[in-house]
Design a protein. Sequence first.
Length: 331
Amino acid sequence: MDNFRIPDLFIPVPAALNPELQEATAAAEAWLDEFGLVPTEEARRHVQRTRVDRLTAWLCPSASREALTLITQWNAWLFQLDDQFDDDPVRGYQPERWREAFGPLFAVFDGTVSAGRLARSLADLWRRTKAVRSSAWQRRFVPHLLWYFDSYRADMIYREEGRVPGLQQYLAHRRASFAFDAVLDLMEIGTGVDLSDELHAHPAFADMREAVIYANACINDLYSLPKELAHDYAFNAVTVICHHHRCSLQEAVERVAVMQAGYVQRIIDLEQVLPGRLTCSGLADDLVDDAMRCVRDFHALTAGNVAWSKETGRYAEVEAEPTYLTDLFIP
C-alpha cells in the first residue's frame, strides 16, 4: 500500500463528545443483539472497534439521551448494511443481487416486513422514528434513504465493469452513497427541531446542507482510504483523482484536503448571509432560529467526524479478507 499523510484539515470549531454516550452505547449494543445484527464474536469485535456509538456522540454533542440513542441505532444499522456490500468480495460485485437484497428494505416503507434481520431491524427503527417526527420530515427522509439504497446498484455496476468515474460524476454519486442527506435529517432529532418543507426548499439552506455533506464526504474519503485500498474499492475521491490525473497518492490526498477546506469555507460564508436571506424570503423568526441551530450543529458534527475518524479502528485495523461478515439479509 502506498504511504500517504493526511494534512491538517480545516475545522473551525473544536469537537465535543456527548455526555450521554455511555447510556446510548448500552442501548445500541442491546438493540444490535435483539435483532441478531452481531451474530458472531468476529462481528462483535468489528462493531466494537468501529465505535459507531462514539461517532454519534461526536456528531451530536448536544442531543438528549433519547435522541442520541435513536440516532446511534440508525447509524449502527447503516454501518452494518454498508459492510454487507463494501467489504463482501462476492455480493458487492453482483448487480443482479441488488434487488434481492434491497427489495425487503424498500418494502418496509410500504408496511411489509420480511423475516430478514436487516428488514426487521429497519422496521423497528422506522416505527419508533415516525412516532417522534412530522409527516413532512418523513416525506423527506424516506427518499433520502432510498436514494442511498439505490447507490449500491451503481456501485455494483461500476465494480463489475471495472470503471472509475470522473471526479464530477463521482461526486454526484458520492452524495447518494454517503447517506448524509438521511443522516442530516436524523441530526434534526438531535438538534431538537423539525424543519419545514419551506426552509428545506430555500436555496441558501439547501446550499448549506450540500456543503456540509461534501465537507464530510471528503473527510471520510481521506480517513477510509487505507481500508478501501486494501479492498480494492475505487469509490474514493483520492483514488478517482489518482486514476484520472495520474498523480501520486499524496498529491491526490492533498487535493481532497483542499476540497474539504473549500466546502468548510462555503459553510462559513453561507452562515453569514443565511439569516438575512431567510428573513427576506418571508420565513418566520422561529424558522430562522431553527435553521441557525442546525448550522451550529453542522459545525459540531464536522469537527466530530474528524475526531472519530482519527480514533476508530474501522480504518486503522483493516482485514483484507474480512472474517466479520455474516449474511444479515437472512432471518
